[in-house]
Design a protein around this ligand. Structure first.
Ligand code: BG6
Length: 307
């Protein structure tokens, strides 16, 4: 029966297809454990993916969706930028694959696992099991839960981000609420520390910032689309905000010159201070995204952030 076939719900590229009871969908690539599409029940795509991605073949991560940055965020370490997890093949981690299916055979969650290869351990000499559960709630919200376990005999430290490329109508119509008055590290000036002013954040040039100790709920308002993304996080103290703007976009081979207008990266992250796991310890980091019509959107910020 379809409900017990581990291959069910996979498309021609081997990506896993998720569907919520409300009709929202998500597509998850085993390459990188990367969410590459998330659509609401009307079929509107909510995540950005670059039209130029096709020229970047694996093992490089697709530009867009939600790449997982682990065990290093950005360039603060000796590894390749954003670590190796986004460039590896993940495996399905399903003891009971039928359990996640509805009667119709469509599934609303998938469990993936990544363990380091011998090659990975040459550059990062630690043993871990990284379990990633990606699911759609019954209302079509997208949830990612990462559990990272130290299966080594000695402690290790890592940084992490859900590098989330939101799809927006026009970057100049977008604002972020929830980061006002926070301190941020500016990646455009040697991680210099600044303090954000009291207003919601808007965009008119390149931005690459780590907002430290940010609240667990923030909102990204898309004025033109009349849509608000509500981002809830747990276990991830920081929020990274990135838009390459025009000049940098032109230097990126897998990004269209004008595509900076259609996306904003807002990442739930542990970037400023690494997470340390002792032998046998496990860490959990959660992200939940919802996209709602922009009426009374600031109400969402009053909701508790704990999931
Ligand atoms: C951001 C970094 O998080 O990711 C930027 O702060 C970087 O500096 C961007 O350019 C994209 O990184 P990559 O490796 O996917 O091109």
């Amino acid at each position: 029966a379809a409900s017990t076939d581990p291959e069910a719900g996979r498309d021609g590229d081997g990506a896993v297809l998720l569907r919520s009871p409300s009709g929202a969908t998500a597509r998850v690539s085993l390459h990188g454990g990367q969410v590459v599409s998330w659509k609401n029940d009307r079929g509107d795509e909510l995540l950005f993916t670059s039209s130029k991605q096709a020229i970047m073949k694996p093992p490089k991560a697709m530009r867009g969706g939600i790449p997982i940055c682990f065990p290093q965020f950005g360039n603060c370490g000796t590894l390749e930028r954003h670590g190796f997890a986004r460039n590896r093949m993940w495996a399905l981690d399903e003891e009971h694959p039928g359990l996640s299916r509805s009667d119709s055979g469509s599934r609303s969650l998938v469990d993936l696992i990544l363990k380091p290869s011998e090659e990975d351990q040459k550059s990062w000499p630690h043993s871990f099991e990284f379990r990633l559960r990606i699911s759609l709630t019954k209302d079509g919200d997208l949830s990612l839960v990462s559990r990272i376990r130290n299966v080594n005999g000695k402690p290790f430290s890592f940084s992490f981000a859900y590098h989330t490329y939101l799809s927006v109508s026009d970057i100049s119509e977008v604002r972020i609420e929830g980061l006002e008055t926070l301190d941020y590290l500016d990646n455009l000036s040697q991680r210099e520390r600044h303090t954000e002013q009291g207003d919601a954040i808007t965009f008119e040039s390149e931005v690459d910032r780590v907002y430290v100790s940010s609240p667990n709920v923030i909102a990204v308002l898309d004025h033109e689309k009349k849509r608000t993304f509500v981002i809830r996080k747990d276990g991830l103290p920081d929020t990274v905000v990135w838009n390459p703007w025009e000049k940098k976009a032109k230097t990126m081979a897998d990004f269209g010159d004008e595509e900076y207008k259609q996306t904003l990266c807002v990442d739930a992250a542990a970037a400023e201070r690494p997470i340390t796991l002792r032998p046998g310890e496990e860490w959990t980091g959660r992200l939940e995204l919802s996209a709602v019509p922009s009426t009374n959107c600031s109400d969402h910020l009053d909701q508790p952030g704990i999931m």
